[in-house]
Design a protein around this ligand. Structure first.
Ligand code: AMP
Ligand code: GLY
Length: 426
């Protein structure tokens, strides 16, 4: 079967690496891909948001399955677009319909969904221009800190954690009246702040059954010791030491099962990944957010640990036979460290040559590209997160050490990476 994977980040390189290993995959295309994905298949210069062009390519190449990496095509309805087109409707797409992708695309929808299905999450209220004044009053009596969330997709920047009431009211005003996040901020969710430690849980569902992939922990802040601004993610580890069997069972019973049953009960077509951002408060799990895709850089540790054939699992998803499978994982710890451009998550340069990518690697280390592109014989930086190095070892300490060793031999102008990924588990 020919497979088309949409996206161009580190997540997609890890997915491409995994898909290409399947004997069921005859040719893998990645659109648009990066300098790393071209080692796993054929990069195609197509935008994942140009559904017409993606559809034409699928027909021309007799694609047998489309795998969607990022959220935006899903939220904009790529699954529905395929389902509505006579030439495309028989090509399975791994990812939810637009109505399912609202779990990520609308914070208000996801909070209401959790309410309806009694899924533990922070208490909240929703505000828009019609109850703006009431919102100001609500904020002024709210306990601190206050979490404000733009309802729609805001490129990972839509969550503000405000330490005082003045700041909260100012942010609220900026979102609702200043249109700071455009339409995405026309509704604002005001939420209680939860204190605890976070982990990322990945569920693959066929709309009826589900399988839980190994959980991971990501490191969102740019600086060591979790300081500085939020980023897309600076590193990840899997397994997560505090996510023991007892805690994972609470997540399954209280969160995963009600989520899958809730989607089914609401007749929401969902064949793909549910990424549940969970926070452990005391001994109890709460949902911080849902995403309708895999995480980045979590995928770069989850895919290497997954022993199953991913194409076999995806085929089972499309045929609603996921109950016939079990997830098999490598028992070792995987750690990934992300190298970013100087200045990230603020402004940064692109087009800088990368050296050290051709160093010999041991069998338990992998380099995944993110923001890179090939030009003649060189590989150049092409984004904020440039690449990541994943290593396997028996302990977090050794895995981090191996990745750091490889990164120390990679260079480009302004390269930066955190040396302390996994620090709380060392
Ligand atoms: P998001 O952009 O939705 O991934 O949220 C960004 C980060 O904000 C999360 O990873 C959490 O660290 C934090 N966050 C979001 N909601 C809450 C909450 N209710 N309590 C504490 N932290 C939160
Ligand atoms: N690493 C978090 C995310 O992918 O949203």
């Amino acid at each position: 079967m020919k497979i088309l994977l949409l996206g161009s980040g580190g997540r997609e390189h890890a997915l491409a690496w995994k898909l290409a290993q399947s004997p069921l995959c005859s040719t893998l295309f990645i659109a648009p891909g990066n300098a790393g994905t071209s080692g796993c298949g054929v990069n195609v210069n197509l935008s994942p948001l140009d559904f017409e062009a993606v559809g034409k390519f699928c027909v021309a190449e007799s694609i047998g399955m489309v795998v969607v990496g990022p959220e935006e095509p899903l939220v904009r309805g790529i699954v529905d677009f395929f389902a509505a087109d006579r030439a495309l409707r028989n090509i399975p797409v791994i990812g939810p319909s637009a109505s399912g992708a609202r779990l990520e695309g609308s914070k208000a929808f996801s909070k209401q969904f959790m309410d309806r299905h009694h899924i533990p999450t922070a208490g909240y209220r929703e505000f828009n221009s019609s109850n703006y004044a009431e919102g100001i009053g609500y904020l002024q009596q709210h306990s601190l800190p206050i979490v404000l969330k733009a309802d729609g997709l805001a490129a990972g920047k839509g969550v503000m954690i405000c330490q005082n009431h003045v700041e909260a009211v100012a942010e609220f005003e900026l979102m609702l009246q200043g249109h700071k996040f455009g339409e995405a901020g026309n509704t604002v969710v005001v939420e209680e702040f939860l204190t605890g430690i976070e982990l990322s849980v990945f569920v693959l569902t066929d709309g009826r059954h589900f399988l839980t992939l190994p959980p991971a922990k990501d490191y969102k802040r740019v600086g060591e010791g979790d300081k500085g601004p939020n980023t897309g993610g600076m590193g990840a580890v899997s397994p997560v030491p505090f996510a023991d069997a007892v805690f994972m069972d609470k997540i399954t019973q209280r969160i995963i099962i009600p989520t899958i049953n809730g989607l089914l009960a609401e007749k929401i077509d969902y064949k793909g990944f549910v990424f549940i951002g969970v926070i452990k408060v005391g001994e109890d799990p709460y949902v911080i957010e849902y995403n309708c895709r895999l995480g980045d850089p979590e995928t770069e540790v989850v895919m290497p640990r997954l022993k199953n054939d991913l194409v076999e699992l995806f085929t089972a998803v499309t045929e609603q036979r996921l109950n016939e499978w079990e997830i098999e994982t490598d028992h070792r710890t995987a750690c990934t460290i992300v190298a970013v451009s100087g200045g990230y998550p603020g402004s940064y340069e692109k087009g800088l040559p990368i050296t050290g990518l051709d160093q010999p690697l041991t069998g338990d280390t992998l380099i995944f590209h993110a923001g890179t592109r090939a030009e003649k014989d060189a590989i150049l930086t092409n984004g904020g997160r440039v690449l990541c190095v994943t290593s396997f070892a028996e302990t977090v300490y050794e895995a981090v050490d191996k990745s750091r060793d490889v990164l120390d031999k990679i260079d480009y102008d302004g390269i930066y990476y955190r040396r302390d990924i996994g620090y709380e588990f060392l």
